[in-house]
Design a binder for this molecule. Structure first.
Ligand code: IVH
Length: 701
């Protein structure tokens, strides 16, 4: 970033500024220099971790600049180091779209998985030995930064991957993120960079000590601390938390003259470019190797160093180094085929199993939950763990009072690995599974083919409440500000009995409850009202039909004009739908043959909910509904992600490979093995990019 010559100049300048504080007006000529100087010292401190001056001296320089700017406010520029400290109190965050959707990575856990990944990449690319770049997988909160004309203009959280929350003011508090960077040097006018906001282990410990000293509870791990900090209302608070950032991916850029940037032909090149411009990229941590074996070696080597690092990492990320090859490999609907995460081994700890509680879910399934002596495990405190079902408890030979070994792998929910019978002292007791529902006391049943015991009383309080919690939840009807706590509260008070009751709440009574001001009541009411317009697939999912997840709900919604059409569908016609097997078909059929369920649908309809498949009605042409698409080769007019988005908007689905289930293969330049395979299957329409665009337009007409 800085040449040794510049380093000399900056050092001399620093001494000058520190030794002879110049009178404010004389600063004008030095202003740019002083700003550069501060940036230089920030870079030494926050990016290189190698400061050249004392904190106190930095503060002095900073104050000189502040002093000058106070006198000459017209000279304040957005990129001045003083402008990091935001003023906006109580900011609210706008939802903003990423320039390119933020995908997540596929996971691998061992050498075999990595070999598999490499084999697929070699097959798809036709290259024998692939060059890989490996770097740590930082355990923090992901972020995208947009720079335009060298200025940081936006910082957005991951959100749902497509859009996130704009938290620019908060991100400006992170001193390793430059407010300006000379992308123009490379001809770049706009760029989107991905990275991870982290809190170092030491900042995390300090922060937790502070919380505890104030009587607040400590946070579970640095990842939560980082992501929580990013959403704070006051940027000054964020500044106190000492966040840090690693930037590791350029997801989009535009050059002034449309030319390519030579430095950006490999992933390692992007890391270098970011580093050269003053970003903290994993420039030192990364390694470029040929072929998969050295990748495996580096992953294993790094794992042993994990605890010595000043920040948390939960694995390594392996990326195909050539960006051209990355393009060729493309992505599935979930993740790129050119990168994979290698997750480190699970974290383990031992503790005591003190009790088993039995919880009843929305389908009546009774789940045993082990209550444990709280134990700290790789960053979180664990005190209860689901132990699935009776059979599992027998198989694992768990007893109350047992010492147990538990483990937590990254984000995965903790599990009990085994009990340690050798440590028993005879006081341990056998776990008795209840014969009756722990909530409504009705008798429990278990089907022969199943492992779980169920309460089949559909009026069982636990089920009724859990069903409503599911109905309002984010992935179902997404009734914001309703949530589990309100469902439980309203139910206990008798304000809410069943799903239709959600749309018939006694607002006058709720308004007089503690904690319900006019604003929160209005918010709740309008969220409930707008949920009436949710598309049919959300309603189908929200009904909580067994085995019907979000994807199946979409298939079902696309298959009918109106939800009542399901009443007349038999199991065979349900089975004909994609991804619907016997178990699922049976469950859907059963649901729509139940009069009580149909009565609920009638009530919801009368309350104004959307029971029709709107898309089907309005487009008229439904030729793309349920049709499957796959792109191969390089498209010349559309970006791959945009083209895939067009398919989904038109009701079509993207497939990950060529099979007889594929309807359309869109062929770009240099199409390879997929085209060859598709030619052998008669039913696939092989079309060009132009034909694809025409098809989409026709469907929109
Ligand atoms: S690359 C399109 N590199 O891990 C590729 N991700 O599921 C973008 N992460 O969401 C991701 N360290 O938040 C990449 N060196 C690294 C990373 C990294 C951490 C996070 C990121 C992503 C998740 C993967």
């Amino acid at each position: 970033m800085y040449t040794s010559e510049q380093l000399q100049i900056f050092q001399t300048a620093t001494n000058q500024f520190l030794q002879s504080p110049i009178e404010a007006d004389a600063f004008l000529a030095n202003l740019v220099q002083l700003k550069d100087l501060l940036r230089f010292h920030e870079y030494r401190y926050y990016v290189l971790n190698d400061p050249l001056i004392a904190d106190f001296e930095y503060d002095q320089l900073f104050k000189q600049l502040q002093h000058f700017e106070n006198k000459h406010p017209d000279q304040i520029t957005a990129d001045s180091p003083t402008q990091r400290v935001g003023n906006s109190l109580n900011q609210s965050f706008q939802t903003v779209a990423h320039l390119v959707p933020m995908l997540s990575l596929d996971n691998s856990y061992n050498a075999e998985d990595l070999n598999d990944f490499d084999r697929k990449a070699r097959e798809l690319s036709g290259i024998d030995i692939i060059s890989y770049c490996i770097e740590p997988k930082f355990d923090g909160a992901s972020i995208s930064l947009v720079y335009e004309n060298d200025q940081l203009v936006r910082a957005i959280t991951r959100g749902d991957g497509v859009e996130g929350e704009e938290i620019t003011n908060n991100v400006k508090q992170i001193r390793s993120i430059p407010l300006t960077a000379r992308f123009s040097q490379y001809g770049i006018s706009q760029i989107e960079i991905r990275g991870e906001i982290i809190m170092s282990k030491s900042s995390f410990d300090k922060y937790n000590q502070l919380l505890v000293s104030k009587g607040d509870s400590p946070l579970a791990n640095p990842r939560n601390a980082a992501s929580g900090s990013l959403r704070m209302k006051d940027p000054k608070e964020v500044a106190l938390r000492n966040l840090d950032a690693f930037l590791y991916h350029i997801s989009y850029f535009q050059t002034i003259d449309g030319k390519k940037v030579e430095e950006l032909s490999s992933h390692a090149g992007s890391l270098q470019l970011l580093w050269d411009l003053g970003f903290r990229s994993p420039q030192k941590e990364k390694r470029v190797v040929q072929g998969i074996q050295p990748v495996i070696d580096y992953c294993l080597e790094f794992e042993t160093k994990r605890d010595d690092l000043p920040y948390e990492i939960d694995g390594m990320v392996v990326k195909v180094n050539s960006l051209a090859m990355q393009e060729t490999l493309g992505m599935t609907s979930h993740h790129p085929r050119w990168a994979i995460a290698y997750k480190f081994k699970a974290r383990q700890a031992t503790t005591r199993l003190r009790n088993i509680e039995f919880q009843v879910g929305r389908t009546g399934a009774v789940t045993p939950v082990a209550k444990l002596d709280p134990v700290y495990l790789g960053g979180v405190t664990v005190s209860s763990i689901s132990v699935h079902n009776e059979e599992y408890i027998r198989e694992k030979d768990f007893k109350i009072g047992d010492h147990v070994l538990i483990e937590r792998a990254g984000d995965v929910i903790p599990q009990i690995v085994k009990s340690l019978p050798e440590l028993r002292n005879g006081t341990e007791t056998t776990i008795l599974f209840p014969k009756q529902c722990p909530v409504c006391k009705s008798e429990l049943f278990k089907e022969e083919s199943e492992a779980v015991w169920r309460c089949i009383n559909i009026e069982c309080e636990a089920q009724v409440v859990e069903k409503m919690i599911h109905f309002v939840s984010k992935d179902a009807m997404d009734i914001k500000s309703f949530g589990e706590a309100n469902v439980r509260k309203f139910y206990e008070l008798g304000y809410l009995k069943d799903i239709p009751g959600i749309y018939n709440l006694p607002y006058d009574l709720i308004g007089s409850m503690e904690g319900f001001g006019k604003k929160s009541l209005d918010n709740l009411q309008s969220a409930i009202e707008s949920s009436k317009l949710q598309p049919l697939h959300r309603l189908i999912y929200a009904l909580g039909i067994r085995f019907v997840g979000e994807t199946t709900a979409k298939t079902l919604a696309n298959a009918v004009e109106n939800i009542y059409d399901f009443i007349s569908k038999d199991e065979a016609s349900l089975l004909a739908l994609e991804d619907v097997g016997i178990k699922v078909a049976k469950s859907i059929h059963q649901f729509f043959q139940n009069d009580q369920n149909i009565e609920i649908l009638h009530q919801l309809e009368a309350l104004g909910l959307q029971l029709k498949n709107i898309k089907k009605e309005s487009t008229g042409v439904d030729s793309l509904n349920g049709q499957t698409f796959l792109f191969t080769g390089t498209l010349s007019q559309l970006k791959r992600s945009d083209a895939e988005g067009m398919v989904e908007k038109s009701g079509g689905k993207i497939m990950s490979g060529v099979s007889s289930k594929l309807n359309y293969l869109i062929v770009g330049e240099d199409a390879g093995s997929k085209l060859e395979k598709a030619k052998r299957i008669n039913s696939i329409h092989i079309i060009s990019e132009d034909e694809f665009i025409a098809l989409i337009q026709q469907n929109q007409a």
